[in-house]
Design a binder for this molecule. Structure first.
Ligand SMILES: [Zn+2]
Length: 662
């Protein structure tokens, strides 16, 4: 046993080293094969000794269980957004303001690339990654710990001098991973992510950690906080320390003495931005000295000591060769501009979405016109305006008949979209099935474009619920389906009956109800029948559900056709209910505290309330299960016991730092 313990520890150390070399430094020392072999050995040892598995083991990155929702967590200090400088003049204004407020001092600035991703706070306790929280609204975010754990450049174990600390940074998806992901989605008939930022955000906030793991996200840190405050006297030192601790810090940064160096940095990377492996949309400028930052302070919504210098959008001119129409899941007809291929900052663009007829009218666009298109990180660009009218231009008309089924197309008075009215339109049915089967919804692997086309075209599936009656024998006879793949698809369909309620809600394809809203609905009501029976007012009890969404849900369940679908899905054995859980918890979630001695300001009862309000538990005696002992004056035997067991002892200030909100 002792031997295995040593071997496991040794393997973990080696794997951590290689993870760091590969994912943080981008300098692998061993081949993927060798890495996999090491990982396999560790996994085998851990399987033989499950009691030795710890959450910081490299094996624990992948394989977390799907969740049914995200817990809310308050940030130690708000994650504020930055003010923008849209051009050189505004950056000069910023510099002038800073110098004025500092009474004429000329501060040093730190310039960092502004990565286009999702901000994330990662908390460490006892040198172990413990909690990851999205930015959310800035004061309260979502606990995405299990998903963040799959990001290889986020270390699970570090050697830091503080018992508790926090890093903040940006979760990004690089261009290569983004292109791969969209290519894969194309193949599966899923909608593409508009840009790497959306893809990163979507990947971090899915309910299934294995999806996050497959998305190859990256995490670049830029803040190091201890007790909610900067850990060093200058921002630059914090970045260096983060790098030393093994975090990924963007190497393209510069300590600038004055505005000219700053402008030079901004201009250099604007010219070179396409050579980077990831998207940036500007440069973040921060005053280096923390003491000066404190003097500058904050406005109501942003720090006065930092600004985001934004690069202008990337535009190009091209001709609209045609406008085509696509039919979506809800029957909505979306016009898409077919463009003469043109390169916009390194990417060839041949189509742009036009959303709906109103948008085309607003633009005054006709086929044959030359237009300005813009990519703002987005891969599918948008048409900004008509540049010159074509000499042979012709107006676009929304077809009166559906291009797929030939049914009538109508446009409701209060709606922007035109729709095919045929609820049995093959295009709609196909899109509905693909939506139902997609990852993050019912997760039916193998039920992709090619198969769905055949199922619908041959009349094997006339309603989404029909897929639960499919037999392997029927599938085997289809093109490109062997015996094995047919059996696989049927097994995956079978497995999908176990999906939790939020997925079933998402799968119904109710307008405006995505994965996230489904989670909130499931939490508020606990069962599909309660949601179906709720009034428009009652539906708004669920988080983020406003009148428009509530109306759409209400209408959905009043439609006889949808009622029939729900009944058939019930008969198929899908899960229609879940336990309602309490969602709001604080930063001390899962931690147990013991109080001893007299605290300088808080009474025992105050401290208890504060700890419990932040999600922590208070216990009367010290044991191995205690996470922290809060000690005041004249602390007694509990303090001795804590020292004996090696449990961290903190004072009142440190306790408040742990739970401080806003
Ligand atoms: Zn149609």
């Amino acid at each position: 046993m002792r031997k295995e313990v040593t071997e496991i520890e040794r393997l973990r150390e080696i794997l951590r080293h290689h993870e760091y070399q590969y994912y943080v430094l981008d300098q692998p020392e061993i081949s993927d094969q060798e890495y996999d072999d090491l990982m396999r050995r560790l996994r085998a040892l851990e399987e033989a000794h499950p009691e030795l598995v710890t959450p910081d083991s490299p094996t624990q990155r992948v394989g977390g269980k799907p969740r049914e929702g995200f817990v809310k967590v308050a940030h130690s200090t708000p994650m504020l957004s930055l003010d923008n400088a849209l051009n050189e003049a505004e950056l000069r204004d910023f510099d002038r303001r800073v110098r004025d407020l500092l009474g004429g001092e000329s501060p040093e600035y730190v310039a960092e690339l502004k990565l286009d991703g999702l901000s994330l706070a990662a908390h460490y306790r006892d040198n172990t990654f413990a909690l990851a929280v999205t930015r959310g609204d800035g004061s309260v975010g979502e606990d995405v710990t299990e998903n963040a754990r799959t990001i290889r450049s986020l270390p699970l174990r570090v050697k830091a001098p503080w018992p508790v600390f926090e890093v903040r940074g940006e979760t990004v998806m690089d261009r290569a991973a983004f292109e791969r992901l969209n290519a894969e989605r194309d193949e599966r008939g899923l909608s593409r992510f508009a840009n790497p930022r959306n893809a990163a955000a979507g990947s971090l906030r899915v309910l299934e950690p294995t999806i996050t793991a497959s998305r190859r996200l990256d995490y670049y840190t830029y803040f190091l906080l201890v007790g909610g405050n900067p850990a060093f006297e200058t921002h630059w030192e914090s970045l260096e320390e983060l790098h030393r601790l093994g975090f990924k810090v963007n190497s393209h940064r510069r300590l600038c003495r004055g505005l000219d160096e700053l402008l030079e940095f901004c201009a250099r990377w604007e010219a070179a931005r396409e050579q980077l492996p990831y998207e940036i949309d500007g440069v973040v400028v921060k005053v280096n000295s923390v003491e000066q930052q404190r003097r500058l302070g904050y406005t109501a919504k942003a720090p006065r000591w930092a600004i985001a210098y934004k690069y202008p959008a990337r535009q190009a001119l091209t001709e609209v060769e045609n406008i085509e129409v696509q039919v979506g899941r809800t029957g909505a007809l979306t016009p898409v501009a077919r463009l003469k291929p043109v390169e916009v900052s390194g990417v060839t663009v041949s189509r742009a979405t036009l959303h709906n007829e109103d948008e085309i009218e607003r633009l005054g666009l006709q086929i044959g016109d030359t237009v300005v298109i813009e990519r703002s990180g987005d891969v599918i660009p948008k048409v900004v305006r008509v540049h010159t009218q074509g000499s042979y231009r012709r107006p676009f008309r929304m077809p009166a008949a559906c291009p797929v089924c030939g049914s009538k197309v109508v446009r409701e008075a209060d709606e922007a979209a035109s729709r095919c009215i045929n609820t049995n339109c093959p295009a709609r049915l196909k899109e509905s099935i693909l939506h139902f089967a997609s990852r993050g919804v019912m997760n039916i692997d193998g039920l992709g474009d090619a198969l769905v086309d055949q199922l619908v075209d041959r009349g094997l599936v006339k309603s989404v619920a029909d897929i639960y009656d499919l037999k392997a024998g029927q599938l085997e006879e289809l093109e490109r389906m062997g015996r094995k793949s047919a059996a696989n698809v049927v097994r995956n369909i079978e497995k999908s009956r176990q999906n939790p309620l939020p997925r079933v809600i998402t799968a119904l394809g109710i307008r405006f109800v995505g994965e996230r809203t489904a989670v909130f609905l499931a939490e508020a009501f606990g069962s599909l029948d309660k949601i179906a029976g709720a009034s428009v007012e009652e539906l708004q009890r669920a988080e983020e559900v406003g009148p428009k969404v509530a109306e759409s849900i209400f209408e959905f369940f009043r439609e006889p056709r949808n009622q029939a679908l729900v009944e058939r899905l019930r008969a198929a054995g899908l899960r229609f209910s879940q336990e309602i859980r309490r969602m709001l918890v604080g930063p001390l979630q899962g931690l147990t505290f013991v109080l001893t001695g007299t605290l300088p300001h808080l009474t025992r009862e105050d401290a208890k309330q504060l700890i419990e309000a932040a999600g922590g538990k208070l216990s009367g005696s010290v044991s191995r299960k205690t996470d922290y002992v809060v000690a005041g004056a004249e602390a007694g035997s509990k303090l001795d016991k804590a020292r004996e067991l090696g449990i961290p002892v903190i004072n009142e200030d440190q306790l408040l730092d742990l739970i401080r909100v806003g």
